[in-house]
Design a protein around this ligand. Structure first.
Ligand code: IMP
Ligand code: MG
Length: 180
């Protein structure tokens, strides 16, 4: 499947599954080195990160790790981005813990910045970020990304968890929007 059509848009393959898996394996090795001996709580940001989290958790060799999931719900309110995101579904005690956020993609960085802020607000001792994809040219905020799988151009992509209007999350490869 080299090209796919989702709704009104055409996408073409840009990152085959094998490249994604290689990036995840490398990340898992680095994580083991950094985090061995710590009682890490991984937090997967749904929906987009579900596939990445699943692959990463199978590769990372940390015996005392735990994994949980949260969703972001937007609600109206005023902050710098004009939108505040609420973390929902997270029942774990965060206080005093080493938390690693598992995110699908960092684009402008606003989302991840807000998640970090809220986890620190819940008393996390240490918050690290693991993102499968990063668009350096789109970044608008000052944040530290501890683990980055692949840097990609500032173009819209789908697949491996990421969607275009709810579709494409199930693709094992990543596709880039074809410009008309
Ligand atoms: P940010 O707040 O601009 O960094 O955007 C983060 C969120 O936007 C991600 O968690 C994704 O859900 C979504 N997003 C950003 N870029 C893309 C893309 O190229 N395809 C699909 N979703 C994206
Ligand atoms: Mg996401």
């Amino acid at each position: 499947m080299k090209r796919v059509k989702l709704w009104d848009k055409e996408f073409e393959i840009s990152l085959p599954n094998a490249d994604i898996q290689t990036a995840i394996k490398q990340m898992a090795v680095k994580m083991k080195k950094d985090l061995e001996g710590k009682e890490v709580l991984f937090i997967c940001v749904l929906n987009g990160a579900f596939m990445f989290a699943s692959e990463l958790m199978k590769e990372v060799e940390l015996n005392d790790a735990e994994i949980s999931f949260l969703k972001l719900a937007s609600y109206s309110g005023i902050n710098t981005t004009g939108e505040i995101k609420e973390l929902i579904g997270l029942n774990e005690v965060i206080t005093g813990r080493t938390v690693v956020i598992i995110e699908d993609i960092v684009d402008t960085g606003h989302t991840i910045k807000e998640v970090i802020k809220q986890l620190i607000g819940k008393g996390a001792k240490e918050v690290k970020v693991a993102t499968l994809l990063f668009k350096p040219d789109a970044l608008k905020v000052d944040i530290k990304l501890d683990y980055v799988g692949l840097e990609i151009p500032n173009e819209f992509i789908v697949g491996f968890g990421l969607d275009y209007d709810r579709r494409g999350r199930n693709f094992k490869d990543i596709y880039t929007l074809v410009k008309e």
